[in-house]
Structures are given as C-alpha cells and as structure tokens.
Write a protein that binds this ligand. Sequence first.
Ligand code: CS2
Length: 476
Amino acid sequence: MSNYLQTSKNMDQLSAQNYEKEAIQAGVVHLGVGAFHRAHQAVYFDQLLANENEQNWGIIGVNIRPQDSQAFSRFIEQDGEYILKTMAADGVTNYEHIRSIVKQIDGAQAPDDVDSALADANIQLVTSTVTEGGYYLDENRKLMLDHPAIKADIEGARNTLYAFLYAGLKKRSETSKAKITLLCCDNLRHNGELLQAGLMQFLEAKEDAELANWIKQNVSFPCSMVDRITPKPSQQHVDDVQSRFGIDDQMTVMGEDFIQWVIEDNFAGKKPSLDLVGAQFVKDVVPFEEAKIRILNAGHTCVTYQAALKGLTYFDEAMRDDELKQYFADFILQDSIPAIGDSVVDLPAYFNIIMQRFSNANIGDTVERICTDGYAKFPIFVFPTLEGVYKKGGTPSKTIQGIASWFTFMQLSNQGKIDTPYHEPNKASLSAFSNDSTGIQAFATDRFLWGTVPIEFPDFVAQLTQAIQTNMTKYG
Ligand code: CS2
C-alpha cells in the first residue's frame, strides 16, 4: 500500500477490494489519467481484480500532457492509489481505496516507456480518455492535418494520443506482434470508429502503409458508452479524506453513486470479464450512446449556459429553478426523444433517472465545469437533435434556445459580464462570432458546428438569430 494512504482512523468506513496488489499483472494501458478515468474505468478494473481469474488486468496509467506532469508526479508518488468518494442524492457517502492503476508512466517525460508498454504482449487493451476535443476530427471525420498539434506529431512530436499510439503500435508490430484492442472511453458518438478514423488518417499522413495494414488485421476499435458524473476534483474532498482517515491523498476523486459502462463486444485482444462487475457487453452500442449523449450530455450542455446567465453556481440549482427544470423537460421530451425515435432503451424512464441525477445536490457539480469546451460539445451532443427534428419536419425550438444561450454566454463572458469563467480550448475558432449581425450569421452558418443544417433548413438561421436577440434582451 502507498505510504500516503496508511489509514490511521475510521478504517471501517474505507472499503477496498480484496486482492493483493503484488499478485496483479498489468493488462491495460490507459492514456489520459484524469478524474473521470479514476472514477470510472479504474473502478471497474479494481473490482474485477478481486476475481482470482482476472488478476492480469491491472492498469498502466499514462499521462500524455506536459501541463499535467507536475500533478502526475504526485500520483506516481502515491503509487497510483487514491480514494474515490461517491455521493448519492439521499446523502449516502462511500469511500473506496482504489489500487488498480498498478503502474504509472509520465509519457510527456518518458515516451519510450509508453512505447514499451504498448508493445508488451501482456497488454491486451488500451483505453483512452483524452476529452472530446482530443481526437482532432472535423465534422466529416477528417483529421485536422493543419492543426499545429497534429502537424507537429506527424513530424515526430508527442502532443496527441495519435503520436503515442503510432509509436507504440509500430513497436508492437515489429516485436511481440500480439493483437490488441483500442477502447475509446470519451463521450463521442461512435467513439471507437472515430478513434480508428483518426489513427488511420494519422498513419496515412505518416505514409506508413505497412503499419496501417498490420493494424487492420490485428487491432479492433470497439465503441463504448461511459457514464458517471464526476465533478472537477476539489480541495474540499481532499480535506475531508484527510480529516476522516488521516490520509494525505492529493488525488482523491469524487463522483455520483451512479455508474454505467456499455461496451461493444469486439475485442481483438483478450477480453476482460467486465460483465462480472456490472459492465455490459453488447453487439451494438449505438442506442445506448445516443440516449446518453442526446439526453444527459446535451441536457447538460443546453441547460448550463442558461444557468450561467442566471448566475447559478451548481448544476443542481438549475433543477430547482422552475424555468430551467421545465426547459430541460421540454428540450428532452419535445426535441431529443422524438429525434431519437425507436430505441431499445426506455427513453422516458432514462430521462427520469437523469433528472434525479442532475438534482443530486451532494456532488456540487458546477455550471463552470459543464460550460467548458462548448465548441467541441455542441456538434457532438446537440447537433443530432437539431438536425433530427428538422428532418422529421418539426422546429427544434428548445434546441435552438440552448444554442442561443451559448452564444449569449460567450458574448457576455467576453464583455466581462458573467461570473462563470469560460474554459474554452477552441477560443480561436469562436473569435469570428462577434456580437453583431455578421457575427451571428457566421455563428449560425458555421460548418463545423451545424454541418449542412443552415443550407438544408434555412429557417434555422432566422430562428437562431431571433432566439439570440431574445436572449440578449433578457440577459444582456
Ligand atoms: C458533462 C459530462 O461536461 C459535460 O458535458 O455532460 O462530463 C458528464 O458529466 C459525463 O459525461 C457523465 O458521464
């Protein structure tokens, strides 16, 4: 056990899975060890490791971002161990000592070690959480070859996950030659297909047909749907763990009690029996993905900017605001669910569960967190509903209201009139959207955001302009 995590009090309140860490072999490499990975995939694997026959599924956690190296060095000092705190809406709180990340590599400092891990025949699975924007794909699934990070990686730098996968898989194809599964765990529709498309285009740009060919025969890219609301880690929980257990855990992560993982059953490498610990293997992830992305994520995205405009701090406050609660229900019931159409998922029941989860005041999920990265989120989460309702002959007025609130938020945020900080990695892409008719026109016809909707359904531009004007009057 990590020295940092020696419990000195209340040991009975801290649970841990029943396995000896020394007996665990690594079978997974994970790229992007953020809070979400620690609260989600690492938890499933931690439970899996308690099964005698599944002890070769330890995780090698890899950091790929230089800006995270400092925080990651602390994670290494803690031997990759940390406390997961989960909080239910009814106040039940649990603390678990998670130990599944058995090895840690800072890829930003030691890229060769990552290559060796990826080449190792014992590694059967690579999972990734690098955020929605971390795959650098445009609306046509084309890799952004002109993006400086991708450009540099094609020249041999290590900015994106593609550079790491390229080098690691190259080594694997030349040494162990073992088959392997790349399992994307980011919130993207058809996430496995996107990872595959991005990687194959990267290889094309590198002009490495041999490796591309090897990958076609030896690597699979299942899609998966991942879910657990995981607020940004905060000092409050670090302090709670410190005072409750006497543990100096700087990597404490907190999430809601709900957790879900639905995985396409398409493994080129060996398959971990994650179904033993609650994950679902299915033939087709699409209906689960669509439900989650269009109801939970799009619900978050369309409500959060309105919540910010109203000066709310925590997302659960939006569910206690009559207007926003009604808006959320209308958006889902009038736009999202009709646009999805028939589904194996009971969508109204699913929506009710999401409403309860969004109302969980104990997790203190912030409007600020959910406002982050709007430029990457709208095309993924909101666009399908926008297009779907128009295609069915309707008018997606609630969706348009959500989009308009983002534009209004952006403008007021630029003018310093909003308290909620806006963290937007793609700020440069938003700079053309000025607060005048030219800016609104550019926003409403942006190809990356809205595809061909403005061309196929020209009413959209007028409807969005109208909604923006209404919003500006209301909040400006
Ligand atoms: C949120 C997600 O930031 C967002 O867009 O909707 O981070 C959400 O909390 C997770 O997807 C829940 O699984």
